[in-house]
Design a protein around this ligand. Structure first.
Ligand SMILES: NC(=O)c1ccc[n+]([C@@H]2O[C@H](COP(=O)([O-])OP(=O)(O)OC[C@H]3O[C@@H](n4cnc5c(N)ncnc54)[C@H](O)[C@@H]3O)[C@@H](O)[C@H]2O)c1
Length: 268
């Protein structure tokens, strides 16, 4: 398990909101920081505040992910924790009238490729450190329906699927991976809707509350988990029901698929 007190962390989307809060929470534990974001102004400020370093990184670009990882190793000699958090919404884009293929492409490039590229770029460094922890910011909408932004929800559900499938292969390198699944949080992403939440009397979480759950996920040391974060609830891994295994015509259980598939079955 990673000891945050002596660790080095890379946080994408660390210039604001949940990423900046996570960077501050990690720094408070003694973790040294690399902040990676497309927003250099706020990113530099967060890095300066935390005595860390900033690198302008567009997570849609694999080489820029690699450069951020390289900066961690060249500055601090190692990398132990990666929070792949950069993300955006569509503002509620419909799949029918008003569908914008370019915005859809950007959404998937940032929210899914950003995590895939981030894991791929970080793995060699995490191996060199003897293992580590990856946290990917998904969303509650990765676990439940979000009719107001279904394409965003699809991108976040993809992150949950990726995290669950990667847990076993990454364990060979002593690397854990978890998804952070917060509900509505008071950040720039939700700012256009903040008034509607207030009027509805629904509490937005603070980015600091979500960051505390992110630390709990890393400290917990579990892998393949999706951490549910909701106002007023203790953050914990979501309990997936499990997929029933194949049955024979007589109702008896089938043998599971070949172990090479790494397929998980739960109770019927
Ligand atoms: N705010 C919420 O209610 C909420 C809920 C669930 C999940 N999330 C997720 O949390 C994460 C952080 O969002 P937030 O709410 O803190 O919003 P935010 O807008 O404050 O932060 C997002 C950060 O990502 C950065 N970013 C955007 N595109 C990027 C790119 N291509 N490369 C690098 N950085 C990029 C932005 O510059 C910004 O600093 C996102 O993945 C978001 O989907 C947010």
């Amino acid at each position: 398990m990673v000891q945050l007190e002596s660790a080095v962390a890379l946080v994408t989307g660390g210039s604001s909101g949940i990423g900046a809060a996570m960077a501050r929470a990690l720094a408070a534990r003694g973790t040294r920081l690399v902040i990676a974001d497309v927003d250099p102004e706020r990113g530099e400020a967060v890095a300066k505040e935390l005595d860390g370093v900033f690198i302008r990184t567009d997570v849609r670009d694999l080489e820029q992910n690699r450069a951020a990882v390289a900066l961690a190793e060249s500055t601090y000699g190692r990398l132990d924790v990666v929070h792949l958090n950069a993300g955006l919404g569509t503002g509620g884009m419909s799949i029918g009238e008003g569908f914008d293929p370019a915005l859809y492409r950007r959404l998937i490039d940032v929210n899914l490729d950003g995590v895939v590229f981030g894991v791929h770029a970080a793995l060699p460094a995490l191996r060199r450190a003897g293992g580590g922890a990856i946290l990917a910011t998904s969303s509650l909408s990765g676990l439940t329906a979000l009719a107001g932004d279904p394409l965003y929800a699809a991108s976040k559900a993809a992150v949950v699927g990726l995290v669950r499938g990667l847990a076993e292969p990454l364990s060979a390198d002593n690397v854990t991976i978890a998804a952070l699944c917060p509900g509505f949080t008071d950040t720039a992403l939700v700012a256009p809707m903040a008034e509607a939440f207030r009027e509805a009397g629904f509490p937005l979480m603070t980015a600091e509350e979500v960051a505390a759950a992110g630390l709990a996920a890393i400290d917990g040391g579990g892998s393949g988990e999706a951490w549910l974060v909701q106002p007023g609830r203790h953050a914990e891994p979501y309990r997936f029901r499990g997929v029933p295994g194949a049955a024979k015509p007589d109702g008896e259980h089938h043998a599971p698929p070949p172990t090479v598939m790494g397929w998980q079955e739960g109770p019927a």
